[in-house]
Design a protein around this ligand. Structure first.
Ligand code: DO4
Ligand code: MG
Length: 278
């Protein structure tokens, strides 16, 4: 089942049908133990509003209210190789192969709700950056009890010029207004998402495809539960938290985003997150 944060209501989609749940408070609705079982048991009492075509008339927001967004990095071989390449002149390259093999994963604070956009909204590239890419990432929604209860699509917009200049500039490469996108919904599953699930990205410029790629999430070096265990060490998240799980798709070194580019990220079972670059 999927949960949408529409501008006027929370909508639950299940079996091609859409419903309004009784609880219309996003934070308390999503931050629940065993969310799949909870929604399944309540569904009969929800107001039926129509089939999925009703979603086309709705303004869908990012599926977030007061949660933090964190991210993990260098979880795929391709990310390790791209970062080592971009930072070889600064002498920072060696940090990336070390973290890829280390027990402790790279985890960083990615975004606040107010800096995050939903599908159909514009992402930004920094004015002081010369080399920019989207990072398509499966994103976990973890409740305050550290249970992974849902999945969404994240775009970890990144400045490769700033990150490559010095690894200590990571927060500036990663955190800025409209530098994260999330959506279009939260997929709530009974069991963990299939390891065969594909993440795909397509970038178009003036209606022509300029980059595309895809990867299965089973190419990720680390387990989702391992990332969650480290994230919740010495930290609590009273409203739950989103965690981007890292990118396995990085365009070649000759590619940089431009204003007007349209980024479409699809993850099987979740949907497509579409954002134009401002
Ligand atoms: O260490 C830099 C960031 C890594 C990252 O965002 C990723 O691998 O997705
Ligand atoms: Mg990333």
């Amino acid at each position: 089942m999927k949960i949408y944060n529409a501008s006027d209501h929370i909508i639950v989609e299940h079996g091609n049908k859409c419903y309004f749940p009784l609880n219309q408070d996003w934070d308390s609705f999503i931050n629940h133990e065993n969310l799949f079982e909870k929604i399944s048991s309540e569904l009969a009492g929800y107001e039926f509003i129509g089939d999925t075509s009703i979603l086309e008339s709705k303004h869908i927001l990012a599926p977030i209210a007061n949660q933090e967004i964190w991210a993990s990095g260098v979880t795929y071989m391709r990310s390790k190789a791209a970062r080592m390449e971009e930072s070889k002149e600064s002498g920072g390259a060696t940090f990336y192969d070390k973290v890829y093999d280390a027990e402790r994963p790279e985890l960083f604070f990615k975004s606040t709700p107010s800096r995050t956009v939903g599908t159909g909204q514009k992402v930004r590239i920094r004015k002081d950056s010369t080399w920019d890419v989207p990072e398509p990432e499966l994103t976990l929604f973890i409740n305050s009890e550290a249970q992974i209860v849902g999945y969404t699509i994240g775009n970890d917009m990144s400045s490769r010029s700033i990150e490559g200049e010095n690894p200590l500039y990571l927060p500036q490469a990663k955190m800025y207004d409209c530098g994260a996108a999330l959506g279009p919904c939260i997929l709530v599953t009974e069991k963990p998402i299939s390891p065969e699930t594909l993440i795909s990205i397509q970038i178009s410029r003036e209606n022509l495809e300029v980059f595309s790629g895809s990867i299965a999430i089973n190419q990720m070096k680390r387990k989702h539960t391992e990332l969650v265990e480290f994230l919740f060490r010495e930290q609590t998240f009273s409203k739950g938290v989103f965690l981007m799980t890292g990118t396995g798709i990085v365009p070649g070194n000759d590619f940089t985003l431009q204003s007007g580019d349209v980024i479409s990220i699809t993850i099987e079972g979740i949907g497509t997150l579409i954002n134009e670059v401002e």
